[in-house]
Design a protein around this ligand. Structure first.
Ligand SMILES: Nc1ncnc2c1ncn2[C@@H]1O[C@H](COP(=O)(O)OP(=O)(O)O)[C@@H](O)[C@H]1O
Ligand SMILES: [Mg+2]
Length: 380
């Protein structure tokens, strides 16, 4: 799926090369398109410059699920109702982003959400129509309305030298027993913290940063600032950070200082708290938003424990009440793996086998999209 999106995105760009104004986002005209940065996850990311300013490097992010939806729903290019819901979606995304920026300030890559038209070449549109069983045939480029993210571009030198900061879904990697140990250690804190065990839950680059911080005071202070701010942000707003995708948060050195940028951290919604309460009280069904919440909580608590910080996420203790995460760990493991299987990330056969570690080649490569299909619920 992600390869197919990448192929279509590349083909589309090639066919539109001669188009002088390939994107419009509200009143902003953006051109020229130079290159495709990414198309493997939830969004197609391309470089652009704003025509109103000199050499301002930008990226445009196009959510491909929404784009496809809009392409297939579009009726002769006119869809006033669709336009209203896109406006609403852009506004909602803007409000969530404002909260993030208020808390993290300059650490958030500046971005704006705009309803804009993305040109889809006739050939690519027809590819989509065919695979969706749609009988229409496009004869010229279609301009498909969607919500675009226009974001400041992180210069390539920084991107290249930066470390990918985040975690991995432990429901994909840990067997049922190890999973319980992790929950005891990081959520109940009824078990002593073992850095080695925690290290297996985060990305190797993140692990290297935490280790390096033992000797590097500047890095340590940056990590502490990030951890304290993230925990405060969640406690105040109920919003989580998506630390699972590739380079959603980057850490880098500039002018001898350590710094970080949040590039793509808003995912899911705040519904995870209710979902967890229901799950504990009456064995409710868990969805991807809870998967994100629990992995985020284990990660932030592990980072806090590594750095010796007292800060914790309030929801972890609030939703579990008098019970313990350990006592519900096996149920969580099974239910969350079932959710991963429903999303096509895990093959169905391995879901129930408590001792089986999932081989890396059995894991589909789209964890970001699992999360964001939840966020995209509002577009359905
Ligand atoms: N502002 C940016 N500047 C440069 N590269 C970026 C920027 N934002 C994202 N990228 C690159 O594009 C990839 C995908 O972007 P992201 O916003 O994370 O979308 P997705 O929803 O697909 O995960 C990132 O992993 C990163 O490598
Ligand atoms: Mg991402």
């Amino acid at each position: 799926m992600s390869r197919e999106i990448e192929r279509l995105a590349r083909e589309n760009l090639q066919e539109l090369e001669s188009d002088p104004e390939p994107f419009s986002a509200g009143r902003l005209r953006l051109h020229p398109l130079t290159e495709l940065i990414a198309a493997g996850g939830e969004k197609i990311v391309v470089t652009a410059v704003a025509s109103t300013s000199r050499e301002r490097g930008l990226v445009i992010k196009v959510p491909h699920q929404l784009l496809t939806h809009s392409l297939l729903e579009q009726d002769e290019g006119k869809n006033p109702e669709g336009q209203v819901s896109l406006d609403r979606l852009a506004r909602k995304m803007g409000e969530r982003f404002d909260m993030l920026q208020k808390t993290f300030g300059a650490h958030v890559a500046k971005e704006r959400f705009r309803v804009g038209d993305v040109p889809v070449s006739a050939k690519v549109a027809n590819d989509f129509f065919r695979s969706a069983g749609d009988t229409r045939t496009a004869t010229k480029t279609l301009y498909v309305p969607t919500v675009l993210t226009v974001q400041e571009r992180v210069p390539e030198e920084i991107m290249h030298e930066s470390q990918d900061f985040g975690c991995r879904y432990m429901e994909l990697r840990a067997g049922i027993e190890e999973y319980s140990l992790l929950n005891e250690m990081l959520l109940d804190e009824s078990r002593a913290f073992e850095e080695k065990l925690f290290d297996s839950t985060i990305k190797p680059e993140t692990c290297a940063l935490l280790n390096a911080a033992e000797e590097n005071e500047l890095l340590r202070r940056t990590l502490i600032e990030f951890a304290q701010t993230a925990i405060r942000f969640t406690n105040q707003t109920g919003e989580l950070l998506d630390l699972v995708g590739s380079r959603n948060v980057i850490m880098f050195q500039q002018d001898g200082q350590w710094d970080y940028r949040l590039l793509d951290v808003l995912a899911g919604d705040q519904g995870y708290e209710n979902e967890l309460r229901k799950f504990f009280a009456e064995n409710g069904v868990l969805s991807a938003r809870t998967l994100n919440a629990i992995n985020y909580a284990r990660t932030m608590h592990g980072i806090a424990l590594t750095l010796g910080l007292p800060n914790r996420l309030n929801f972890v203790h609030e939703v579990i009440g008098d019970a313990s995460w350990k006592s519900r760990s096996d149920d969580l493991w099974r239910d969350l793996r079932a959710e991963l299987a429903r999303n096509g990330v895990l093959p169905k056969v391995v879901v129930d086998d408590g001792n089986q570690m999932t081989a890396p080649d059995e894991i589909a490569t789209m964890p970001d999209s699992v999360m964001e299909s939840v966020a995209d619920g509002s577009t359905a």
